[in-house]
Design a protein around this ligand. Structure first.
Ligand SMILES: Nc1ncnc2c1ncn2[C@@H]1O[C@H](COP(=O)(O)OP(=O)(O)OP(=O)(O)O)[C@@H](O)[C@H]1O
Ligand SMILES: Cc1ncsc1CCO
Ligand SMILES: [Mg+2]
Length: 262
C-alpha cells in the first residue's frame, strides 16, 4: 500500500475546491470538516448553476440525504459536467434502501459513473441490490456483511466503493483494503459520514482514486482517534475532531495508519 501521508500532503498542497451537493443536516459540518482538513468547500445545489459550478470545481460530491426532484436534476447535471470535465465525483447514497424514490435515484446516479461511492454497510448493500436491515441514515449491518456487495458494485459501476464502519473496506473490484482507524464516538455525531465523503473527493483530486480513498479514510479515522482521546461525549468530540483534522501531519498519518490489503 502506498504511503498515506503523501496523499494528505498532496491534498493540502492542492487545497482543492470541492463542490458539494449535500443534505441540510450535513452542510455546515461538511464545510467545516473540509476547511479543517485543508480543502476549500462550496455547497451549491440550485439546478440553474450546479452543472456550471461542477465544471469549475476540482471535485464534486453528491449526497441524497434530503433529496427532492429539483435537487436530483441538479445532481445528475452536475455529475455529467464533472465527468465531461474529467473531474472526480463521489456519491454518498444516504438511506438509499429506505424508499422506492431513493432506490430509483441511487440507481440513476450510479449510472452517471461516479469515481467513488462512499456509504455505510446498509447503504452499500441496498445500492448493490442485496438484503439489508437498514432503515434510515444509520447503519444496522456490519461492514463485513457488505464486502461481497461492494466488490460486485465496484465491478458493475467502475467506481471505487468504500464501506465505512468500525473497520472500513475499500475496493475497486480487483484490489481491496481494510482501514482500522476510527473511534466509536464517530457514528454518534450526525453527518460525519457525509463530511467524510467530501474529504474523499478532496483526496481524489489529481490522485489515483483507490489509494487516495484508502488514505482519506485512514486520515479521518486517525483524527477520530485523536478526538476520542480528549472528548467527554459527542458534543466535545465534534469540536475536538475539527481540531484534530487540522493538526494531523502527513508523518503522523504515515506512521499511525492501520491499513491492510484485503
Ligand atoms: N464503530 C466505529 N468505530 C470506529 N470508527 C467508526 C465506527 N463507526 C463509524 N466509524 C467511522 O466513522 C466515519 C463515518 O462513517 P459512518 O459509517 O458512521 O458513516 P455514515 O453512516 O454514512 O454517517 P452519517 O450518515 O451520519 O453521515 C468513518 O471514518 C468510519 O470509519
Ligand atoms: C440524519 C439525516 N437525515 C437525513 S440526511 C441525515 C444526515 C446523516 O446522514
Ligand atoms: Mg451516511
Amino acid at each position: 500500500m502506498e504511503d498515506p501521508g503523501k496523499f494528505l500532503a498532496v491534498m493540502r498542497q492542492t487545497a482543492p475546491l470541492v463542490h458539494n451537493i449535500t443534505n441540510y443536516v450535513a452542510m455546515n459540518v461538511m464545510a467545516n470538516v473540509l476547511l479543517a482538513a485543508g480543502a476549500s468547500p462550496a455547497m451549491i445545489h440550485a439546478r440553474e448553476e450546479a452543472a456550471e459550478f461542477a465544471g469549475l470545481a476540482q471535485a464534486l460530491t453528491v449526497n441524497i440525504g434530503t433529496l427532492s426532484p429539483p435537487w436530483v436534476q441538479a445532481m445528475e447535471e452536475a455529475a455529467a459536467a464533472a465527468v465531461a470535465a474529467g473531474r472526480p465525483w463521489v456519491l454518498d447514497p444516504v438511506a438509499v434502501g429506505a424508499t422506492g424514490y431513493r432506490r430509483e435515484v441511487g440507481a440513476r446516479l450510479v449510472a452517471r459513473a461516479p469515481t467513488v461511492i462512499r456509504g455505510n454497510a446498509s447503504e452499500i448493500l441496498a445500492l448493490a441490490g442485496a438484503q439489508t436491515a437498514g432503515k434510515g441514515a444509520d447503519a444496522t449491518d456490519a461492514v463485513a456483511m457488505a464486502h461481497a456487495a461492494a466488490r460486485d458494485l465496484a465491478r458493475r459501476s467502475g467506481a471505487v466503493v468504500a464501506v465505512t464502519g468500525a473497520v472500513d473496506f475499500v475496493t475497486d473490484g480487483r484490489q481491496s483494503a481494510e482501514v482500522a482507524n476510527g473511534h466509536a464516538m464517530m457514528p454518534r455525531v450526525t453527518a460525519l459520514g457525509c463530511a467524510l465523503t467530501g474529504v474523499v473527493g478532496a483526496f481524489c483530486v489529481g490522485q489515483e482514486p483507490f489509494a487516495a480513498t484508502v488514505a482519506a479514510l485512514a486520515f479521518y479515522g486517525l483524527a477520530g482517534e485523536e478526538a476520542g482521546a480528549v472528548a467527554a461525549g459527542p458534543g466535545s468530540f465534534q469540536v475536538a475532531f475539527l481540531d484534530a483534522l487540522a493538526a494531523l501531519t502527513a508523518e503522523a498519518l504515515t506512521s499511525r495508519a492501520r491499513i491492510v490489503c484485503a
